[in-house]
Design a protein around this ligand. Structure first.
Ligand SMILES: Nc1ncnc2c1ncn2[C@@H]1O[C@H](COP(=O)(O)OP(=O)(O)O)[C@@H](O)[C@H]1O
Ligand SMILES: O=C(OP(=O)(O)O)[C@H](O)COP(=O)(O)O
Length: 407
């Protein structure tokens, strides 16, 4: 049983709050999109209003990547969103960080530095070992309790996610609570249940497809994006050199065999694109699968109109739809149609659940609204849909005894 903020006596308590504000970053190393910050405002505002002393922990980017930057601009934006001063300290668990946490008064908030600036935080550990890392040993003495609101990172077994809840009384924040509530009760949603798997995380999507087909959770799996292209090749369609090279370069060549095995086992419940859109003479050109391969250098960038009609007919009968990943290269105006129209059709299904960072940003960019639930997580949501435990959630379940909250 995971405790929530309802179980926490917040006033005067120093709370380490792990959030996931991993966001797109501009060329000047500042925040380019605040959607993930907005998601955590309710949790943080509630803790502050209830008199908590809040130390925010988060990662940004991956070591060596362009988006591996400090959390200073995140703190500035958080201050605007919360409508109160938010301090930032350029350290995570050193003396400077601990002093900033000890100095907090009731209702104060400080953002600590990007946890991944410390190498241990980019490694995966068993919780007991994670509890002996520098980050956890440094912060544990200055924190009273730990709150995990970082659902989008809950599939990572990293110190700030599994080590802190091993040593501190721990609670799920409001984002974590609502994600677990919705994604943890997929089996109770109405049927027919349709999974739409698009985007570029091919191996994760094939794992999900296996799992939901095997468990009888999915009546139909509709494929799109790079996932759809891999299934087409697995089905014997010649998508041409450009798409094949892309799939090879992304390291997904072995996935073609897995997709073929899946088609052998459950082909009657897996829908493949009937046409694709390619870039021809600088414009969008649609080709039925019978007309493939495309011309030299042409790559399948989106699903076409007849696929959309086919998928819309399946969605029209669905009671539940779960979608992950764009249907095409939505960042390019010529290839956003598939994503916009497919996701738009999904909003008419009584229960519609969407996951994925790029998917959420595609929906915002394309102005598609009206889903029952838009998850903050990509990989975490996919993992949950396969009914695999999330290490950070397991760590919350196993957290030490907590004091009872005052009513
Ligand atoms: N046919 C395609 N060819 C190349 N890239 C594609 C295609 N369809 C979708 N994509 C790309 O997939 C990316 C998003 O996939 P993914 O990371 O799996 O989504 P999410 O973050 O929502 O889980 C986008 O950058 C999009 O351009
Ligand atoms: O953005 C995230 O995951 P997502 O791309 O699956 O939504 C999380 O912040 C986890 O980041 P990571 O995949 O670098 O560990």
């Amino acid at each position: 049983m995971i405790a929530t903020l309802d179980d926490l006596d917040v006033e005067g308590t120093t709370v380490g709050v792990r959030v996931d504000v991993n966001s797109p970053i501009d060329d000047d190393d500042t925040l380019a999109d605040d959607a993930r910050l907005r998601a955590h405002v309710d949790t943080l505002a509630e803790l502050l209003e209830r008199g908590g002393r809040v130390a925010v922990l988060a990662h940004q980017g991956r070591p060596g990547g362009d988006e591996f930057v400090s959390l200073e601009s995140h703190a500035e934006r958080l201050s605007e969103l919360l409508g109160q001063p938010v301090d930032y300290v350029d350290a995570t668990f050193t003396d400077a960080a601990r002093e900033a946490v000890r100095d907090l008064e009731d209702g104060d908030c400080v953002v600590l530095e990007n946890t991944r600036f410390y190498s241990e935080e980019y490694m995966e550990f068993e919780p007991e070992r994670a509890a002996r890392t520098h980050l956890v040993e440094g912060l544990e003495p200055v924190l009273d309790v730990y709150v995990n609101d970082a659902f989008a990172a809950a599939h990572r077994s990293q110190p700030s996610l599994v080590g802190l809840p091993t040593v501190l009384p721990s609670y799920a924040g409001r984002v974590m609570e609502s994600e677990l509530d919705v994604l943890g009760s997929i089996e109770e949603t109405g049927e027919p249940r349709v999974y739409v798997l698009g985007g570029a995380k091919v191996s994760d999507s094939i794992d999900v497809a296996w799992s939901v087909l095997e468990k009888g959770l999915a009546d139909h799996v509709l494929t799109a994006g790079v996932v759809g292209n891999v299934f087409l090749i697995a089905d014997g369609v010649d998508l041409g050199d450009a798409s094949s090279d892309f799939i090879y370069d992304q390291g997904y060549w072995d996935e073609i065999d897995r997709a073929a095995d899946l088609l052998d086992a459950y082909g009657d419940r897996i829908a493949l694109p009937r046409d694709v859109a390619v870039d021809r003479d600088g414009g969008r050109h649609e080709l039925g699968v019978n007309a493939l391969p495309p011309g030299d250098g042409e790559s399948a960038m989106d699903i076409g109109g007849s696929t959309l009609e086919y998928y819309r007919r399946i969605l029209a009968d669905a009671e539940t739809v779960i979608l992950n990943g764009p249907a095409g290269v939505f960042e390019d105006d010529r290839f956003e149609t598939g994503t916009r129209r497919l996701y738009d059709a999904a909003t008419d299904v009584p229960t519609s659940i969407v996951g994925g960072g790029d998917t959420a940003s595609a929906l915002r960019q394309l102005g598609v609204e009206g889903f029952s639930h838009v998850s903050t997580g990509g990989g975490a949501a996919l993992r949950m849909l396969t009914a695999e435990p999330l290490p950070a959630v397991t760590a919350l379940e196993n957290a030490p005894e907590r004091p009872a909250a005052d009513d």
